[in-house]
Design a protein. Structure first.
Length: 169
């Protein structure tokens, strides 16, 4: 298999797996969580994760595997160049392998960054408002925010140990 075909295949799979996060964007709307709970998958050794987390794990593993392949291609190209012994044909072949492998590594790294960003946004907990929608429930208030505990009704309070953080600026 030529290096060009390997790179094209890696880009194709990188795009497919990198964009797969969009498929899970509306997962709760179609009953995936209910199906998982009803299927008793946790009883057969599959951990109790959300579909988004499972997809993120699979994408990370695949991109890690593809990145390892490109790293090995860089090593192979370097060894080929070092053992060329002045043969211009082998040096040219080694340069081509190195160039294509480095391009592949860059593509895999970009795919990993994009998929990590997408899955972080997918799995992030939605912000819960409080204090008549003036604040956000958080574990700890950020700088420029103050914890507000003065509520006239329980509908505006945060659950558990969360604080209602309202911007002071």
């Amino acid at each position: 298999m030529s290096v060009k075909k390997i790179i094209i295949a890696a880009v194709f799979f990188g795009v497919i797996f990198g964009l797969s996060g969009f498929v899970f964007a509306g997962a709760d709307k179609y009953g995936i969580d209910k199906t998982y709970k009803d299927s008793k998958l946790a009883n057969v050794g599959i951990s109790n994760t959300t579909p988004e987390s499972l997809a993120a794990t699979v994408v990370t593993l695949v991109l890690g595997f593809v990145g390892t392949i490109f790293f090995l291609l860089v090593l192979y190209g370097g060894i080929t160049w070092m053992t060329a012994m002045g043969s211009q044909e082998k040096v040219t072949k080694a340069k081509t392998i190195l160039e294509m492998a480095i391009i592949g590594l860059v593509i895999v790294a970009a795919s990993y960054a994009i998929s990590t960003f997408i899955f972080t946004k997918l799995t992030a907990a939605p912000a819960t408002t409080c204090g008549n929608s003036l604040g956000i429930c958080r574990e700890k208030c950020e700088s420029g925010e103050q914890a507000n505990m003065d509520f006239t009704d329980s509908a505006n309070e945060c659950a558990g140990t969360l604080s209602c953080c309202i911007k002071t600026e």
